[in-house]
Design a protein around this ligand. Structure first.
Ligand code: ATP
Ligand code: MG
Length: 143
């Protein structure tokens, strides 16, 4: 399995509920290394652009409103098969359908407020990492 990078976000509900550490612990225990991280508050334009693929979906307006409602932490995760592994650690979009032991099953309150974002494929991972980080801000482990 090749080493990959993926973009992860602890969404505003996760930051507000003080569960950043719980989320990070799950990444680390799954063998995902945090190689870049930053806290920020998304502007309306940022959130609209980031979730632009969902522009036509009925939940788009609410999603943008939620994602701009408070600070988020964005991070790049690296590891073998990191894109799929992160999606496994996150669990299904709807926490009611997520497998027990996943972030969303254990920590999320609803499909709207589901604690984490994770890239869903290699092309989106590359695009989403570049959306938030310059290459010089990404620090792969040297030890
Ligand atoms: P994310 O992209 O945030 O990692 P995801 O890939 O599991 O989540 P997507 O289909 O990309 O799910 O949807 C993006 C976000 O939009 C979801 O995380 C969720 O907050 C919201 N969303 C998706 N489907 C619905 C829905 N049917 N009703 C309400 N909100 C939804
Ligand atoms: Mg998605």
């Amino acid at each position: 399995m090749p080493v990959e990078r993926t973009l992860s976000i602890v969404k505003p509900d996760g930051v507000a509920r003080n569960i950043i550490g719980d989320v990070y612990r799950r990444f680390e225990q799954a063998g995902l290394r945090i190689i870049a991280a930053r806290m920020l508050q998304l502007s309306q334009a940022d959130a609209e652009a980031f979730y632009g693929v969902h522009r036509e979906r009925p939940f788009y307006k609410d999603l943008v409103k939620f994602m701009t409602s408070g600070p988020v932490i964005v991070q790049v995760l690296e590891g073998e098969g990191a894109i799929a592994k992160n999606r496994d650690v996150m669990g299904a979009t709807d926490p009611k359908k997520a497998t027990l032991g996943t972030i969303r099953a254990d920590l999320a309150t609803s499909i709207d407020e589901n604690v984490v974002h994770g890239s869903d494929a290699a092309d989106t991972a590359a695009r989403e990492i570049a959306f938030f980080f310059r290459e010089t801000e990404i620090c792969p482990r040297t030890r």
